[in-house]
Design a protein around this ligand. Structure first.
Ligand SMILES: Cc1cc2nc3c(=O)[nH]c(=O)nc-3n(C[C@H](O)[C@H](O)[C@H](O)COP(=O)(O)OP(=O)(O)OC[C@H]3O[C@@H](n4cnc5c(N)ncnc54)[C@H](O)[C@@H]3O)c2cc1C
Ligand code: SF4
Length: 562
């Protein structure tokens, strides 16, 4: 059967793929979006379903308790967002394994297999990078600068933020540039007091988390009603999920076809060093298919796009497609989790509430280490920010039995938490490769992770724990618990950097428009392009760069360069 002919194929429909589909189809191009996940629809959303309706009551601590999760998703179940409500949105770990090099553990969870990718379950925190991040190497000499600067990305941040809808407060702090925000969600009294304290005592900025939840209706989507569990979907479409925003807009143009249940495994190449399409497996029928286009965009997430390029190796590119530099798979990086502290607030002001409101957001303390005007820390480069905040609950863990327990459990307890998110240095020796022996359920070679954190990461996380505790102590909090152990790589779900961008084709895979140096009509528009990732959550930047690169791609089409 003759294959369809498109202008562009986009592999992946998550944060980046959704934007690529929208921008290109709205410009009149014919676009095909392939995603290995199932179609997402409102009837799958269950954010208002009480746990007592579920067979296992959604009981879950760190390890999955429900046998449904334990049997099929022992790794995915370690992600806080994977619950009895939505575990089938996540990859089946037995069907899609990965391996690790000896002595190197890696948490590869949060692998969503629904259209919309990880935007179905993400935490929605949206922070811009600044030139402290884009030009980090110039500041401290480690790694390489991005081949672009904040001014290049700024208009795209504006555009994306206006469409996505982000609640936030403007602070005028160059370390974390302000964006285009919807009205802020409120902060608690304790958070306001902490904001004043850390500003007065240390000059630090504590602000409202900048979160992709609507505080007023936009684009036919409703404002958030604070029910809380956004990772189970949202019937009001009040958080940003590409399946009901960007991708929906793309499909509405009539120029975009969505092909779900389509697992891409190879980029097809023509005789003239051009990508001609994608080879994929229909995951329902198990049939192998081909689809063709004038340009190919990989937006399958940093790790999966890298895997696809490695699996597309051929006679001309024996180490992986578009890998003449030998850097594909290398410079893996991620956010560092583990440093922080929690405490109880003396004399909580609010009674606990059984039914909300539950603000789906928290606070953010902007990076204050190794910023201009401060001394360089002796034990680590780069920095971290804190997420967290305060909340009031019941004392479910109160001691005692019977009436005494019932009484104690109803007493309010207010806690304050600072969770550090730090920058892990991008190093050549942290890399992913194809496992020579292990394949997934479709016969496709899987990734082997070769990632280990070093002293810089450990020292940074330790400092985050100490600083969090110091702030809580200064605020008069009680029962302070400090966390200073770095979590495993992968734990933050912010995998980036495995096909980095750079001006020099000898040391990078992509140019500043996420176009591979080696194959002109092949683009990788996801987090794999990152150099220094900053300590900010990456997705806002992933989306802004995708729109910027699509503008370039459109120009190149117009000039007939592609
Ligand atoms: C629990 C959780 C919380 C998070 N919180 C935040 C946060 O607060 N802020 C933030 O910035 N980021 C957060 N992230 C990370 C964020 O979700 C990702 O950075 C972002 O979604 C990446 O976008 P992407 O388009 O590259 O990949 P994804 O959104 O993961 O989309 C990739 C898509 O490609 C598809 N795909 C993969 N392989 C193939 C293949 N071979 N063939 C066809 N299709 C394929 C997948 O099914 C998926 O739909 C969080 C992630 C998780 C899991
Ligand atoms: S908290 Fe808000 S965004 Fe989240 S599911 Fe509820 S209404 Fe939707």
């Amino acid at each position: 059967m003759a294959a369809a002919k498109y202008d562009v194929i986009v592999v992946g429909s998550g944060a980046s793929g959704g934007w690529a589909a929208k921008v290109l189809s709205e410009s009149g191009m014919q676009v095909a979006v392939l995603d290995c996940g199932r179609p997402q629809q409102d009837s799958n959303f269950n954010e208002h379903e009480p746990a007592f309706h579920l067979k296992y009551r959604n009981i879950k601590f760190r390890e999955p308790v429900s046998p449904l999760i334990r049997q099929t998703r022992p790794i995915q179940g370690q992600c806080y967002a994977c619950t009895e409500y939505n575990y089938e949105w996540f990859a089946n770990d037995h069907e899609e394994p990965y391996t690790t090099a000896a002595g190197m553990d890696y948490s590869y969870f949060g692998r969503i297999r629904m259209v919309g990718g990880r935007t179905n379950v993400w935490g929605r925190q949206c922070y811009r990078l600044s030139d402290l991040d884009f030009k980090a190497a110039s500041h401290d000499g480690f790694g390489q600068d991005w081949p672009l600067s904040y001014k290049d990305v700024e208009p795209y941040y504006d555009l994306v933020e206006r469409y996505v809808g982000i609640t936030g407060m403007r602070e005028g702090n160059d370390v974390l540039p302000d964006g285009q925000y919807l009205p802020p969600m409120g902060m608690t009294c304790v958070e306001w007091k902490m904001r004043d304290l850390v500003k007065q005592k240390w000059g630090r900025t504590l602000t409202l988390g900048r979160s992709a939840n609507l505080t007023k209706p936009i684009n036919g989507r409703q404002a958030c009603h604070y029910c809380g569990p956004c990772e189970r979907g949202c019937i009001a479409h009040a958080y940003f999920n590409s399946s009901f925003t960007t991708l929906k807009a793309a499909l509405a143009t009539g120029k975009c076809d969505l092909i779900p249940n389509a697992r891409a495994y190879q980029v097809l190449m023509g005789s003239n060093n051009r990508a001609t399409g994608i080879q994929y497996i229909d995951t329902i029928t198990k049939q192998h298919r081909e689809i063709h286009a004038r340009a190919v965009i990989l937006s399958a997430s940093a790790l999966e796009s890298t895997r696809l390029l490695l699996n597309s190796r051929n006679a001309a590119y024996s180490q992986g497609l578009a890998n003449s530099s030998g850097t594909l798979g290398h410079y893996y990086t991620d956010s560092l989790k583990g440093g922080g502290a929690e405490a109880t607030v003396p004399d909580p002001l609010k009674p606990p509430q059984m039914f909300g409101p539950r603000r789906p957001n928290g606070i953010y303390v902007m990076r204050f280490r190794n910023i201009p005007g401060t001394p360089q820390m002796k034990s680590f480069l780069r920095g971290y920010g804190f997420q967290g905040g305060s909340g009031t609950g019941f004392r479910a863990n109160a001691p005692g039995f019977g009436d005494a327990y019932k009484k104690a459990a109803k007493e309010p307890i207010e806690t304050f938490t600072f969770l550090g998110y730090g920058e892990a240095l991008p190093r050549f020796e942290n890399y992913v490769e194809l496992d020579p022996q292990v394949v997934d359920t479709f016969g496709i070679p899987v990734l082997r992770m070769h990632v280990r954190w070093g002293d810089n990461e450990r020292n940074l996380v330790k400092d985050a724990g100490e600083q969090a505790a110091e702030m809580l102590e200064a605020a008069g909090m009680k029962d302070i618990k400090v966390h200073s152990e770095v979590h495993l790589p992968g734990d933050a779900n912010h995998d980036v950097g495995t096909a980095r961008m750079g001006a020099d084709p000898k040391t990078s895979v992509l140019n500043q428009f996420q176009q591979t140096h080696d194959v002109k009509n092949l683009f990788v528009m996801d987090g794999s392009c990152f150099n220094s990732p900053g300590c900010q959550n990456p997705t806002l930047t992933i989306m802004a760069l995708t729109v910027r690169s699509c503008d370039h791609l459109k120009d190149e089409f117009r000039k007939q360069n592609l």
